[in-house]
Design a protein around this ligand. Structure first.
Ligand code: NAD
Length: 496
């Protein structure tokens, strides 16, 4: 069935229409066992619509459709140039529907429409284009061997890949996974988060319009413990790419290990440090530290939730940073208002989790200098929150909160900053602020993180690999590395 929503808001006027079924073999179908999941509006807690919820039976059907497409019309049967052309066509269609895609995410995630319209959704389109460009440039090597032999490598697709994504940046996560998987010739079974399925359903329609062969891209919505688990265990899925929490990542790796040893890429949680030296451009550091933690209401895997400031500028930084957080808190509200800069958290569960972390922080001796409370009577709004008086052993400094909550702490020396920054089980990113280039490079190299940003904060580049050290993940997305993620290498030996 279809769902239409008319937006009559200051930021966007228009109607978005999606199909709420499962997208299998190029068609919209109902689940084998009828079931639905309510999609909730985080602004007021009300039900927006209900979407079809699949089970392991639907996963089986979707994998069969994806497998058939791989063997007959995609994979080694479809030239790279054709795959690239279709991906570019898809990106064109996303561009034509950019307002609708953005509005759907603002509706179910609670993203601020004007911000998402200017950044994330265009970035998702660029990502599909970036990988479209790689589709006909996947090359092996010719290798020197013993006499009278020719050997070369081929980078071949896996076949059916499973992709499981979280709710915080749905279209970005989808594009990071779908772009390289299709460019390299795989077919896909995608499971969006059950909390934020809307934009992916719109995307599926665009896949059909672009003219992809049926079964190349499939969506089965549903819960993690049913559909997610079935994907992780499926014997015909040989590659699985997951983005989400470290807790779920562990379960997926276990399921893969105990079934068919599928190759697993994991993009997991983080507790990224922002390190500000006293020679930094303070205004820039404050601007980026704020973006680092408060972007997307703190719901970012690379959120700079631990801010370490060198003692000489600590007081000045804290005063100005607090003022910035206050201004952001004053611009909290309806995601469809053009003046809003900070929306709600995604769900009641996340709201409760973050509020309980704020209480834990206070009980541990942390001091709330701004925020620390909800905004309004309804919905899941939390004001940007800064803690001081924190030590690195505190729960709010060690655990991923995934909300607009940070701890600002002091350090004396470069050595100490590195030690404090690395004092975590996570290793996704770090943000370093200094005008001393040698120091910037030294610290970037010393950090145990998959990404290091100098004098800006957590802006991924499509051409640069992204992923985690330590318990933040396994494998890399984006850039040329993503092609490795979605291909397996064959060595061909020829006796001549
Ligand atoms: P989550 O782990 O709860 O869920 C992620 C996805 O996994 C959802 O689609 C969910 O339905 C599914 N899932 C849940 N249980 C499953 C199971 N047993 N088997 C298979 N699939 C299952 O995470 P979330 O709350 O949606 O997202 C927040 C987390 O994602 C944070 O920890 C954040 O750091 C992380 N994240 C990481 C990155 C990155 O690139 N490293 C990016 C965005 C978000």
């Amino acid at each position: 069935s279809t769902f239409s929503y008319t937006f009559d808001t200051p930021a966007y006027k228009g109607t978005a229409t999606i199909n709420t079924g499962l997208f299998i073999g190029g068609e919209w179908v109902d689940p084998v066992e009828p079931a639905t999941i309510d999609v909730i509006n985080p602004v007021n807690g009300k039900v927006i619509t209900a979407i079809a919820a699949g089970s392991s039976k639907d996963v089986d059907i979707a994998v069969a459709a994806a497998h058939k497409a791989f063997k007959t019309s995609w994979g080694l049967k479809c030239p790279g140039a054709t795959r690239g052309r279709l991906l570019n066509k898809l990106a064109d269609l996303m561009e034509e529907n950019i307002d609708e895609l953005t509005a759907l995410e603002a509706l179910d995630v609670g993203k601020v429409f004007t911000l998402a319209r200017g950044t994330e959704i265009p970035a998702s389109i660029k990502c599909i284009r970036y990988f479209a460009g790689w589709a006909d440039k996947i090359q092996g090597k010719s290798i020197e061997t013993t006499e009278n032999k020719l050997a070369y490598t081929r980078h071949e697709p896996y076949g059916v890949v499973g992709q499981i994504i979280p709710w915080n940046v749905p279209m970005v996560m989808l594009s990071w996974k779908v772009g390289p998987a299709l460019a390299t010739g795989n077919t896909i079974l995608l499971k969006p988060s059950e909390i934020t399925p809307l934009s992916a359903l719109k995307f599926a329609d665009l896949v059909n319009q672009a003219g992809f062969p049926p079964g190349v891209f499939n969506i089965v919505n549903g819960y993690g413990h049913s559909v997610g688990q079935a994907i992780s265990e499926h014997p015909a899925i040989t590659k699985l790419s997951f983005t989400g929490s470290t807790f779920t990542g562990r379960k997926i790796l276990k399921a893969a290990a105990e079934t068919n040893l599928k190759v697993v890429t994991l993009e997991l949680g983080g507790k990224s440090p922002t390190i500000i030296f006293d020679d930094a451009d303070l205004e820039q550091a404050i601007k980026w530290a704020s973006h680092g933690i408060f972007f997307n209401m703190g719901q970012a895997c690379t959120a700079g939730s631990r801010i370490f400031v060198q003692e000489g500028i600590y007081d000045q930084f804290l005063a100005k940073f607090t003022a910035v957080a206050k201004a952001l808190g004053d611009a909290i509200g309806d995601p469809f208002s053009p003046t809003t800069r900070h929306g709600p958290q995604v769900s009641q569960a996340q709201f409760d989790r973050i509020m309980s972390y704020i209480e834990v922080g206070k009980a541990e001796g942390g001091k709330v200098v701004i925020g620390g409370e909800r905004h309004g009577e309804e919905g899941y709004f939390i004001k940007p929150t800064i803690f001081t008086n924190c030590t690195t052993d505190m729960k709010i400094v060690q655990e991923e909160i995934f909300g607009p909550v940070c701890a600002v702490m002091k350090f004396k020396t470069e050595e100490e900053a590195i030690e404090l920054g690395n004092d975590t089980i996570y290793g996704l990113g770090c943000n370093i602020f200094t005008e001393n280039t040698s120091r910037a490079i030294r610290v970037a190299h010393a950090m145990e993180t998959g990404s290091a940003w100098v004098n800006h904060a957590h802006i991924p580049e499509l051409s640069v690999p992204f992923g985690g050290y330590k318990q933040s993940g396994i494998g890399r997305e984006l850039g040329e590395y993503a092609l490795e993620t979605y291909t397996q290498v064959k060595g061909v030996h020829i006796n001549i």
